[in-house]
Write a protein that binds this ligand. Structure first.
Ligand SMILES: C=C(O[C@@H]1C=C(C(=O)O)C=C[C@H]1O)C(=O)O
Length: 298
């Protein structure tokens, strides 16, 4: 004799229906993404450039919108984690996608952070130096490089390889983790993602500028100039090319990586103003990318 249906059976039946609905929507989303990929691919063919389908600004906007409507007891960080897995899968449906991550044997934290962001099925290679990760992107063997967030005391910083005005060059496109560190191993240092994708605004952004200075201009004066031009600096790293003493007070050519608490595009009039203010001192400014400010999830 068949046993009677219990309340638990009814609830599980309801779960099965919900799973079908979620799955149907995933397949529907995939069909739309196929059309998006076709639309982007046509544009890239016109310029002859190798198409990159990743759009970090759009991804950040999607996740911020979802977090703003999220309610209930299901953890917000897990929603982000699920969407991160989905978004890379949907990006990979459009074209090749691979990640090169700075993750030497003794520093696996960056691998975990990269895997959480780009998902468990993306082709991902560990390399022993940030420069090797950037090279993989320049040479086209990786779409994205994951490298440590710059530190003040790096004597040979990776970001010097991004100091260029070439169109289509790799740029900083995201800061990781975007939705919390979870159970990632290792040191508590954030990472930056680098790809040949333009820096696009999301409404809450940071921009990284490289500022090359050919003469004697102290960091203090540079900070004052940036403030005066409406470019509030919130982070500062300095690299002195080999052969010059390090120090904060100028005394030779220097290259600064300055983080600005705003979106700044390459044609932004504030950059022209900064050049005007430098007078006779040779100064070159380039946008080396930027990122959508990560989510602050409790
Ligand atoms: C679908 C797109 O391509 C990629 C995948 C996205 C997604 O799954 O929503 C969002 C941005 C892109 O990285 C898109 O550009 O809209």
């Amino acid at each position: 004799m068949a046993s009677a249906r219990t309340p638990l059976d009814d609830l599980r039946r309801e779960i099965d229906q919900i799973d079908d609905a979620i799955h149907d929507l995933l397949m529907r989303r995939a069909a739309v993404v196929e059309r998006i990929g076709a639309a982007k691919g046509n544009g890239a063919a016109e310029t002859g450039a190798q198409p990159v389908f990743l759009r970090p600004a759009r991804e950040a906007t999607i996740l911020r919108r979802l977090m703003a409507r999220h309610a209930g007891t299901f953890p917000a960080q897990v929603v982000v984690r699920i969407w991160r897995e989905m978004i890379t899968a949907f990006t990979r449906m459009q074209g090749p996608f691979a990640v090169a991550v700075y993750a030497p044997e003794d520093r696996r934290g960056f691998w975990d952070v990269a895997r959480d962001h780009f998902g468990g099925f993306v082709p991902m290679t560990a390399v022993n130096t940030p420069a090797a990760a950037l090279r993989a992107v320049s040479e086209g063997t990786a779409t994205v490089a994951v490298v440590p967030y710059p530190a003040e005391d790096d004597s040979d910083p990776w970001w010097r390889f991004l100091v260029s005005a070439d169109a289509g060059r790799p740029q900083v496109v995201a800061r990781l983790p975007f939705g919390g560190r979870g159970n990632a191993r290792g040191e508590n240092r954030d990472a930056l993602a680098i790809a040949a994708v333009p820096h696009e605004p999301t409404g809450d952004d940071r921009t990284l500028l490289s500022i090359e200075i050919g003469g004697d201009l102290s960091r203090g004066r540079l900070k004052d100039s940036l403030e005066a031009c409406g470019l509030p600096p919130v982070g500062f790293c300095t690299w002195h090319p080999a052969g010059h003493a390090t120090g904060m007070s100028g005394g030779g050519p220097s290259v600064h990586l300055v983080e600005i608490a705003d979106f700044v595009g390459q044609g932004d009039p504030r950059l022209a103003k900064l050049l005007e203010r430098s007078g006779d001192i040779p100064v070159r400014v380039n946008v080396v990318g930027g990122y959508a400010v990560p989510l602050a999830l409790g």
